[in-house]
Design a protein around this ligand. Structure first.
Ligand SMILES: [Zn+2]
Length: 81
């Protein structure tokens, strides 16, 4: 936390939709986010989602794939069966 206080109380929570990459397909997953409130300064802060960007709501795996380019992997995922 910003003030360095370790005593955090659970505040509200919510479900967010994140995008992940599974078997070369983009899938949406529900992530439960927990917000904490600092008992000292009253600041509120959401928890962090490991392996994903909480700003873009995408997994690191998906972001890496997008950075690499869309040609090869997405072409494969478009073929079914
Ligand atoms: Zn604080």
């Amino acid at each position: 936390m910003l003030c360095g206080n370790e005593r955090l109380h659970k505040s509200d929570n919510k479900n967010q939709t994140y995008k992940d990459l599974i078997c070369n397909e983009v899938v949406e997953i529900q992530v439960r986010r927990q917000r904490y409130r600092c008992s000292s300064c009253g600041n509120k802060q959401w928890d962090t989602v490991s392996g994903a960007s909480s700003y873009l709501r995408k997994s690191m795996k998906l972001m890496l794939m997008e950075k690499r380019g869309t040609q090869s992997d997405l072409a494969i995922s478009g073929v079914r069966g």
